[in-house]
Design a protein around this ligand. Structure first.
Ligand SMILES: Nc1ncnc2c1ncn2[C@@H]1O[C@H](COP(=O)(O)OP(=O)(O)O)[C@@H](O)[C@H]1O
Ligand SMILES: O=C(O)C1=C[C@@H](OP(=O)(O)O)[C@@H](O)[C@H](O)C1
Ligand SMILES: [Mg+2]
Length: 181
């Protein structure tokens, strides 16, 4: 597949900004934006916390795997996937094989300032104390470390990060697949 046609996938910990930044990147590239969690919510007519509550996390992970692997086959999209999705080897493989994967990284000190706005909509956070959340934050970095490009969002607005992603993509596209005049 042409590198220009590959979908862009944003990965990283909950609350790093995948959904917000993904939407901005899609607009800047004139592409459709897909937030996998929002698609799952539409499929069930329920919020993510409701799905966790009614069906349990194992059920959510299984559905997330099918949905994310299917959406990773699409071309010319910008996708934000759930923060836990990349821990599943099948999802990792589907995204790395078919898409360009950007890992959004953030420092713990900056991330923990966002906890209050995230806690009610993220069941994985709600069931843990701050020390357990910190442990999860560092533990998940291993899975995220397999990516095509990593960038740090510390002290940057969502708009700045989106501009950086678009610029680096344009640079890579021109380098690997220059357009003929
Ligand atoms: N670069 C940023 N700086 C400050 N706040 C941000 C930034 N990116 C996102 N946010 C805020 O953090 C919260 C979580 O963002 P979201 O895009 O839902 O993250 P994710 O999809 O990774 O869980 C939102 O309230 C959003 O407005
Ligand atoms: O990290 C996780 O395990 C999860 C992250 C959430 O998405 P965001 O990363 O967009 O918050 C959502 O998929 C669900 O609450 C589980
Ligand atoms: Mg999100």
């Amino acid at each position: 597949m042409s590198v220009r046609q590959k979908s862009i996938v944003l990965i990283g910990f909950m609350g790093v900004g995948k959904t917000t930044i993904g939407e901005l990147v899609a607009k800047k590239l004139y592409r459709s934006f897909i937030d996998v969690d929002k698609e799952i919510e539409k499929d069930f007519g329920m919020t993510i916390p409701e799905i966790f509550e009614q069906h349990g996390e194992a059920f959510f992970r299984d559905y997330e795997k099918k949905k994310t692997c299917a959406l990773a086959q699409e071309k010319l999209k910008v996708l934000s996937i759930g923060g836990g999705a990349f821990l599943q080897p099948e999802i990792r493989q589907a995204c790395l094989d078919n898409c360009i994967v950007f890992y959004l990284d953030v420092a713990w000190e900056e991330w923990k300032e966002r906890l209050d706005i995230l806690i009610d909509s993220r069941p994985v956070l709600k069931s843990r104390n701050i020390n357990e959340i910190e442990e999860l934050f560092y533990k998940r970095q291993d899975a995220y470390s397999i990516n095509h490009s990593k960038l740090t969002v510390n002290h940057r607005s969502a708009e700045e990060v989106a501009d950086f992603i678009v610029d680096s993509l344009k640079h890579a596209w021109d380098m690997y697949e220059p357009l003929n005049d």
